[in-house]
Design a binder for this molecule. Sequence first.
Ligand SMILES: C[S@@+](CC[C@H](N)C(=O)[O-])C[C@H]1O[C@@H](n2cnc3c(N)ncnc32)[C@H](O)[C@@H]1O
Length: 214
Amino acid sequence: MTAVVTEPVDLRDGRAPLLITRPASSDALIDEAAFAAGDEYLPYWAELWPSAVVLARRVAAADLRGLRVLEVGCGLGLPALAAARAGATVVATDWSADAVAAAAGNAAAAGLTGSVTCVVADWRDPGPLVAAGPFDVVLAADVLYEARAVAPLLTLLATLNAPQVILADPSRATAEPFLAGATAVGWSITSTQAEDRPMVRVHELRRDGTAVPP
Ligand SMILES: C[S@@+](CC[C@H](N)C(=O)[O-])C[C@H]1O[C@@H](n2cnc3c(N)ncnc32)[C@H](O)[C@@H]1O
């Protein structure tokens, strides 16, 4: 059995911290056979990345009552839980079944199973994600760590047709072609730097050209 740790994450929303349980060591989960099987799979889901904390705090400060939210590459699910606490109905997705199980466990621990559904889904295959929609907002934290993600994520966003996307990224080089590609197909983008984690930027993409100031 994998050892786990539980850490409280203060969303700075005046509410109790969310408790996030994750494997104590993501290195212990590395599976060379899974890596070699074709997708170069690594258990990145098992870390709570700084972008997830920044995105969750951003979402926690919003009023999402009545909105339908999708998170892609959710890992442990923190932004999805924050969105649910802010009033949204959320579908949290990742291609890793282990990630989805961890996110579901975190949702249960937070008493949010009624508003967060955790589903295995690959962002390279928009069909099931479109079928789960429509969504008002798409969330993603630190999903642009490989160049191979750029084109499928742009295709997914175009196919989902949600009016708003909020993406947190730790200034990875791959974010630049993504943002350029999004601008080229008509997204209006507002980017802000996280106050306490200067490498992390929050990019808000809107379809209608009405980018909301931070
Ligand atoms: C760097 S981790 C970020 C996890 C989480 N969002 C966070 O910030 O803590 C990237 C996540 O994307 C997921 N991922 C990678 N490729 C994916 C794909 N093709 N479809 C869905 N999820 C994917 C990984 O399993 C992992 O959970």
